[in-house]
Design a binder for this molecule. Sequence first.
Ligand SMILES: Cc1ncc(COP(=O)(O)O)c(C=O)c1O
Ligand SMILES: Nc1c(O)cccc1C(=O)C[C@H](N)C(=O)O
Length: 399
Amino acid sequence: MTASIFDKTRTLFDLPEGVIYLDGNSLGALPRAARERVAREVNHSWGHELIRAWNTCGWIDLPAEVGRKIGRLIGAPEGSVIAADSTSINLFKALTAALRLAGERKVILSDTGNFPSDLYIAEGVIETMGQGHRLKVVAPDDVEAAIGDDVAVLMLTEVDYATGRKHDMKALTAKARAHGVLTIWDLAHSAGAFPVDLHGAGADFAIGCGYKYLNGGPGAPAFIYVRPELQEKITPSLSGWLGHDAPFQFELGYRPAGSIDRMRAGTPPVLSMAALDAALSVWDGIEMADVRARSIELCEIFIREVEARCPTLTLASPRNPEQRGSQVSFRHEQGFAIMQALIAHLVIGDFRAPNIIRFGFTPLYVTPADAVKAAEVLERVMKERLYEKPEYQKKGKVT
Ligand SMILES: Cc1ncc(COP(=O)(O)O)c(C=O)c1O
Ligand SMILES: Nc1c(O)cccc1C(=O)C[C@H](N)C(=O)O
């Protein structure tokens, strides 16, 4: 039953012949619907409707519509998610809003498994606000113990981009709430990867990417969630006109919209937003519980096959599937060259310094047969030491 759902979803994507694509955790594959939609937006909406398209083609409502579709995947109530900006910028917006709400508390608590951009943004926020905030970064296992009455904001990425380690959002959020700590969850590697229940967990803010498991295309808009009860209490730091209560009154003073709209700043990138909107249609009728079951099946097959075939690779991801996102990582000192050799043999994953090879499993278009085949190719790369070839040592700007 589950397999047949995914046989169908695979046909909704355009994948190059012969490629096994295990990097949907970095850039999702191209949904056919997105390709068609972008062409229509360019030719008809922009080309023919011109400025009228904001009304006649629904451009003005796209951020809310895309937010609504993403909200269904992450357990967010209607009207609590908006698509806008990038994940990094949305983190800036969420963190400044949270720190303003938090009052006298000064500590931003995060962990060493966070994506560096999040930590960098926190540094920038501290500097910009100039109110003596402090970033405290602990090991992932020490987060729970570090949550206390001195903490203003708990800022975590649910799934570690490198290892795939997954935090217990519900338990950590509950502890944070008990200590009066606001929470910001980065769902970049969660949204579209497995069920998320922001409302059930009682999370205050969340952000995430549109171009990974949501398949919105390179540089797709990101999203931001604010718990409905907080929406009218927060003061946006990026107080742009499209977050104004009445943008087309062109008042000289800022009055924030009385909804999640206040997290908007300026004009959305319509073509990218339309691509993401169309990409989200692949989730119609899909239950995230089925996605999770299939993701675990794929990851388990891959771990079993790789460990049986490649004894010099060390599993970097948690062995327990409950503690893992939808990716599997292995360590090897030649990781970079191993990944280049794999890519040359049409198994596309990626490398994360210093020694991690990373494989994302996206059930909508990766099959169990792909997982086995990828392990076979990896076995060949290792056994024949293909990674020693000089051409696989060359580094590009992006890994
Ligand atoms: C967990 C996480 N947070 C934030 C980012 C930054 O996203 P962006 O570059 O789109 O702002 C990424 C990916 O780049 C990420 O993986
Ligand atoms: N956003 C990216 C980009 O512009 C180029 C290359 C990779 C990315 C990524 O998204 C990286 C990703 N956040 C990661 O988990 O490593």
